[in-house]
Design a protein around this ligand. Structure first.
Ligand SMILES: [Zn+2]
Length: 414
């Protein structure tokens, strides 16, 4: 159905710059996220009359409650969306609304030389007759994740206006610093007070994420021996060359640029050095926990073998796990995934796209911290740059799904 305040609310939110900053040492990483939380989100929630509205300082989150409309016990559920936007110009965002798109034309982004072209972005062809919201070409849109933010607030507005809709207690939360991965580790699961939740941070209608990569990172610090090249024979040990030799022992086809779908990889993200010393940084990704362990072991074996040949620890290896595939943990809570599946079906979304994401989500971290948390679509497309757009009808559908999940949760526990 249509929610008349959703579009104006979304347009208001995207105009506020809430970009996060991975080089900041404050938390949340930027003050502008806090300002948005306290001056915009909290105010809107107060106007709508939600309960228990508060700012949780530890986690940088605004949290609120939609009270239950049934008098029996229903497991408390939650909805989450992140307020920060990605690492791209977010100064002076000027969203443009294009009504009744013809499903085939190029869309000029404001007066800029940039176009949204269905040849390049074939998803556009799905949106004939729909209302698209785009950038004006020089900023991102911030639909990632202002779509989710506006949808959760609109859900609250709708449910408070319709007490005849039967649902249990719903907690809602607005989180900072998703794009730089520092928000979820600080999330206050206890204060949020839900048994399970959903993030709204996915792409087009039908997308349902409950599988992610498992991830680790490692670095090699290599100590060489630098002597003058004229007398280098049998004495010089070039740290750069050691780095190259290491890299060449990894499977050359298992890199991001040569893998897709369920294939994992090793990814050299940084390499700097001199003859004297060098540093290499990598990330490892795999959908299987065994696969991740095998990759880690391969790295350890290569390093051990090389150090043995040197007769000393020239290569120092540091390695740590980053996150695990949320599917492994959610497998114990499939009723939550099924709730979303059922809601999608009831809202006419019969083709559910459950392809695991080649990355992580806040929900993955939260799932391992005791708040099982699949990720729902929010209608954002082409995230993280000037080609970002969203479709108003996708956003309406997202709110429909949120209402439906809440109703199903109450029905199932009657
Ligand atoms: Zn996002």
């Amino acid at each position: 159905m249509e929610y008349p305040n959703l579009l104006p609310r979304f347009l208001k939110y995207v105009k506020v710059n809430t970009r996060s900053d991975e080089y900041s040492d404050r938390f949340p990483s930027t003050k502008r996220q806090d300002d948005f939380q306290k001056q915009v989100i909290m105010k809107d929630l107060e106007e709508l009359g939600l309960s228990d509205i508060h700012y949780n300082k530890k986690s940088g989150c605004v949290i609120a409650e939609i009270p239950a409309t049934v008098d029996y016990d229903v497991p408390v559920m939650g909805y989450l969306a992140h307020v920060d936007t990605a690492d791209f110009n977010a100064e002076n965002v000027k969203p443009i609304v294009h009504e009744n798109y013809d499903g085939k034309s190029k869309i000029q982004l404001g007066d800029s030389d940039f176009y949204l072209d269905p040849e390049v972005f074939p998803n556009l062809r799905n949106y004939k007759g729909k209302t698209l919201i785009t950038t004006s070409g020089d900023t991102l849109l911030g639909g990632d994740d202002k779509c989710g933010v506006a949808e959760v607030v609109t859900l609250a507005e709708y449910l408070l206006a319709h007490p005849e809709i039967k649902h249990g207690k719903i907690r809602i939360g607005f989180t900072p610093d998703e794009e730089i991965g520092t928000g979820a580790p600080r999330f206050d699961v206890e204060d949020f007070g839900a048994e399970f939740a959903f993030t709204l941070d996915g792409a087009a209608p039908g997308k349902l994420d409950w599988g992610t990569f498992s991830a680790a990172t490692f670095a090699l610090d290599i100590q060489g021996v630098n002597v003058h090249p004229s007398v280098a024979k049998d004495q010089m040990i070039n740290a750069i060359q050691i780095g190259i030799d290491f890299q060449n022992q990894l499977p050359s086809a298992e890199v991001p640029e040569k893998t897709a779908g369920r294939e994992g990889f090793f990814h050299l993200t940084h390499f700097e050095g001199t003859v004297d010393n060098a540093r290499l940084e990598y990330i490892i990704r795999d959908f299987e926990r065994d696969g991740l362990e095998n990759r880690k072991n391969l790295v350890k074996e290569i390093v051990a073998k090389m150090n043995k040949e040197f007769g000393t620890e020239r290569i120092k290896l540091t390695m740590r796990d980053q996150y695990y595939n949320m599917a492994d943990e959610l497998a114990k809570h499939m009723d939550i995934v099924n709730l979303a599946r059922e809601a999608y079906h009831q809202e006419g979304l019969n083709e559910i796209n459950e392809e695991p994401i080649r990355g992580g989500t806040d929900g993955g971290q939260l799932t391992y911290r005791g708040l099982p948390c699949p990720n729902l679509f929010s209608g954002q497309e082409n995230m993280h740059g000037r080609y970002e757009y969203t479709v108003l009808e996708s956003m309406y559908k997202a709110v429909d799904v949120l209402v439906r999940i809440a109703e199903l949760n109450a029905e199932k526990n009657k």
